[in-house]
Ligand binder design. Sequence first.
Ligand code: FE2
Ligand code: FE2
Length: 355
Amino acid sequence: MSEDENDRPRKSWLVPVPDQSERQRGGPGSIVDRQSADHRALDELMRAYDDEPDPDARGRIVAELGERALRHAFAEEVVLFPAYRKHFPDAGDELTAHIEGDHQQVNDLLHALQRADPRAPGYDAQVREAFAVIRHDAHDEEDDLLPRLQQVADDAELQAIGAAWEAARTASPTRPHPKVSRRPPWNALAALGLAASDRVKDAVDAVAPVGTGRRTVVVGLLAGALGAAAMTATEKAEQAVTGRTGSFMPAHTLQALLGRDVHDSTPVVWVMHYGQGAAVGVLRAVMAQRGLRGAAAWPVFTGVRLAVDQTLENGTGVGAPPWTWSRPDLVVDVVHKAVYALVTGLVADRSLPRR
Ligand SMILES: [Fe+2]
Ligand SMILES: [Fe+2]
């Protein structure tokens, strides 16, 4: 943001939102009223950060503030700004593009802060930079955009925009996405998938906070299940080409482990396939935590997976040792386990910070 933009001249005939009564704002629930309330809530969180000496508590405030600011901005980009541009097709584009630029900056800064340690040097400076942009953004809206909109939209329209803005805020992604367009329809389309994946990540964070042992286990289970899904996809593709039929070995192994009669069962194959994939994924998460990550970890973890399979299959007596297999069967098995190891490793490394 340049000094010139900070000093943008205010139009004297516009009444800034903070100087308006609730009635002038279009009543409770209007877009002006909702924006004003949310800007105040953001301001309170910024002041709470200033008053908080503990770095961990500061980090939690930044996380809460970041989610609120991003949902607020997303709903503006998909509801408020298009409504404004409809009334001001020419001048509206310049002002909303300027505010979208601020939103982009907030996304960039919060993305960098997302994985940052609140004790790290430079953390506080970056937080304050984000605060300055958020405050500037609120001023542009309360002193300029919203009062202009009020001059052309009646209370009923301000109420309708307010309701649509609130609905978009509820359905919004919850995390920063700097690479996503700030304009419809692309941001709205991207939000369909991002809102769901953000909520999965939020749920994982809630049950298994970053830095805890539980986090390692939960990330390992999820990473392993995704690795098993990738392995299934490549197995199906390979079987379509080679004509090889699926194996009941996983079901036989699980049945033998549980002391049951060994028989062909597709549901038991899936339980063992994903259960074993998820469980072995925890080993890969531990490797990531201990610093064995990336390309170096791939062959090691492929070997771990092959060793676990052979130990279970041969230990229970349901499988033949690998040296009795045909060469093509051996190659196919190693390739599929390598796919599992690759995907599990990528997810685990991405989800667990380096110690
Ligand atoms: Fe905004
Ligand atoms: Fe706003």
